[in-house]
Design a binder for this molecule. Structure first.
Ligand code: DX5
Ligand code: ZN
Length: 217
């Protein structure tokens, strides 16, 4: 069973509450919250305040993707605001083991993201303590970019490594996932599919969640 994680990056922020309610009614399991700092990526988005104001209005897993430098400084604030899962970038963490430990100590699930150019093998020593690996299929920073199919083998290798080592991390894919690309991503071994423009760029985001799930198989 795959999970769908609509990314609010492409939502209408003047109607954020109702947009979130729509994808929840459509059956989305995770709400993907893209946090950008203008340093790690060339764009600025939202902070813990938005997570806190959405929290009482949704039962979905709040999946917080931190595209920020020095994530340790903000992890406790996001967890306090209601993030269930916090994902940091391997490329932004000098002491990744410490950062993953901090997320878990504060009571959230821990994810690690990999940019398209970063090999999955860089995570080998932390994979036993990680709840999710996020494979970026675009260079992070913006919604609506084109899917980079060169990352497909990375997904398959992470699934194989998980199987061979009896591990249980989820494999999430983020960037350019839509009705045309989702089947190959699921075929490669992904469990959690992020979709921003595909879900919120259409008139009926609620219906789109189910359409995307149907296109996955
Ligand atoms: C990219 C973000 C993604 C993005 C996905 O930097 O991490 O979550 O919103 O958007 P789409 O699905 O439009 O590529
Ligand atoms: Zn994201």
């Amino acid at each position: 069973m795959i999970k769908i994680a609509p990314s609010i990056l492409s939502a209408d922020f003047s109607n954020l509450g109702s947009q979130v309610a729509a994808v929840e009614a459509g059956g989305a399991e995770y709400l993907h919250i893209d946090v950008m700092d203008g340093h790690f990526v060339p764009n600025i988005t939202i902070g813990p305040l938005v997570v806190a104001s959405l929290r009482p209005r949704s039962q979905m897993v709040f999946d917080t993707h931190l595209m920020i430098e020095e994530p340790d400084r903000y992890i406790p604030d996001f967890i306090k605001a209601g993030s269930d899962l916090v994902t940091v970038h391997q490329e932004a963490c000098t002491h990744l083991h410490r950062t993953v430990s901090l997320i878990r100590e504060k009571g959230a699930k821990a994810g690690v993201a990999l940019n398209p150019a970063t090999p999955w093998q860089s995570l080998e020593y932390v994979l036993p303590m990680v709840d999710l690996v996020l494979v970026m299929s675009v260079n992070p920073g913006f919604g609506g970019q084109k899917f980079i199919s060169a990352v497909l083998p990375k997904i398959t290798e992470l699934a194989r490594y998980r199987q061979e080592n009896g591990l249980s991390y989820e494999i999430q894919v983020d960037g350019g996932v839509n009705g045309q690309t989702i089947a190959q991503v699921v075929q490669a071994g992904a469990d959690v599919l992020v979709a921003g423009a595909a879900v919120f760029g259409v008139p009926d985001p609620q219906a789109e969640v189910a359409l995307l799930r149907a296109a996955a198989y």
